[in-house]
Design a protein around this ligand. Structure first.
Ligand code: ADP
Ligand code: MG
Length: 354
């Protein structure tokens, strides 16, 4: 008698535990993902924003912190503004002797050279001395002499950047060389942020560092991530309040599991004698690129999109589009320079506009 009532008690306990287990399992399975907007934070000389989709509030918040952490980490490594960054050390020492660098910096230098070859030199991280020169020219409001431009060009060229894969070192073949990763580092950082968020359990998200964006998974409402493509013409002219640079969206891009990057001359430029010079330099002319008002690139990774958007901005509509069409899974929307401001799209670009 005593034995059978004990057996019943055990059965009740076991059943209860099992039912509770099933309940929690099912509840977890059907739990609706939540979306958290981590907002904007200042990093890499710009504003970055992270949105995450996760199962739990605490998990989402952890993903956001992990994402921003990566953006900060890459910036500390690859900024040429910071004297103590790894890149700054390379810039100081690589002409004197080969400099041993981290696997990450080595990877990004290798990728940069790949994009230089692919774009016939339009993308070139050795552009540093010219970026400096035009920055100073803007402050002094004087266009640099032809002779100065020619002299500066001597210390530029990706083929003068010597990478040793076995030793993992970098060396400069000419004096005065200086690397500038402004056209690729943000994209790399965005990719690293996405990786970290996924590791922390994110099921979807969007990382945005000014013009460099990557989306993965879906928003919590199961729709698609939307990215506004700014109208460069509106950005150039005063709006009804008289504010120059008022943000106006020209198109809404629908982006899922994709990166998108925009380069343009309407946000960062110098004005000399009333004429505007882009912060993106054509190393052939040693002067600001002037063929496109803006170009937006779709690619699988933010690094690819970032480097290609800078390259295509230098190449212009015809050559730029030919490069884009030659690459698998890459598309583009270009806006030619004013006063025409023509919109030119690659074959597959309409997919992002539907
Ligand atoms: P943004 O910084 O506005 O997002 P980009 O990704 O196009 O725009 O990068 C522009 C930056 O890249 C410049 O500010 C400069 O640091 C660097 N840069 C300028 N010209 C070139 C070039 N021809 N190739 C590679 N990088 C460049
Ligand atoms: Mg770029």
């Amino acid at each position: 008698m005593e034995n059978s009532s004990r057996r019943i008690a055990v059965k009740i306990v076991v059943t209860t535990v099992l039912l509770a287990g099933v309940y929690f399992f099912v509840a977890e399975k059907i739990r609706r993902p939540i979306e958290i907007d981590g907002g904007y934070r200042e990093v890499m000389g710009t504003l970055a924003r992270i949105v995450v989709v996760a199962k739990h509030d605490w998990e989402g918040k952890r993903c956001i912190e992990a994402g921003f952490e990566q953006l900060k980490r890459i910036d500390a490594m690859m900024s040429d503004y910071k004297d103590d960054s790894e890149l700054s050390r390379v810039n100081r020492e690589a002409f004197t002797n080969p400099v041993k660098i981290s696997p990450e910096l080595f990877e990004i230098l290798q990728k940069s050279v790949e994009f230089s070859r692919l774009s016939n030199g339009a993308f070139d991280i050795t552009v540093g001395p010219l970026v400096d020169l035009w920055h100073k020219a803007g402050e002094a409001n004087v266009v640099p002499d032809k002779s100065i431009l020619t002299a500066t060009k001597a210390s530029i060229g990706f083929e003068k950047l010597i990478l040793d894969m076995n030793e993992r070192t970098v060396r400069f073949a000419v004096e005065g060389m200086r690397l500038d990763l402004g056209g690729i580092a943000k994209g790399y950082a965005v990719d690293k942020a996405v990786e970290a968020m996924r590791r922390e359990g994110a099921i979807g998200g969007m990382v945005c560092a000014s013009g460099d964006i990557r989306c993965f998974g879906k928003p919590a409402d199961k729709g698609t991530w939307r990215v506004g493509l700014q109208n460069p013409v509106a950005a150039n002219s005063p709006d009804s309040n008289g504010t120059i640079g008022a943000e106006q969206v020209l198109m809404v891009l629908k982006v899922n599991d994709m990166a998108v990057a925009t380069s343009g001359d309407y946000r960062r430029f110098v004005t000399i004698g009333g004429k505007r010079y882009s912060h993106i330099i054509d190393t052939n002319t040693a002067t600001g690129a002037n063929k496109l008002s803006s170009d937006t690139i779709f690619a699988a990774t933010a690094l690819d999109a970032d480097a290609l958007s800078t390259a295509v901005n230098v190449m212009g509509a015809e050559k730029g589009l030919a490069l884009v069409e030659s690459l698998d899974g890459v598309d583009a929307i270009l806006i030619t320079a004013g006063p025409e401001y023509q919109v030119v799209k690659s074959g597959g670009a309409d997919m992002y506009l539907r």
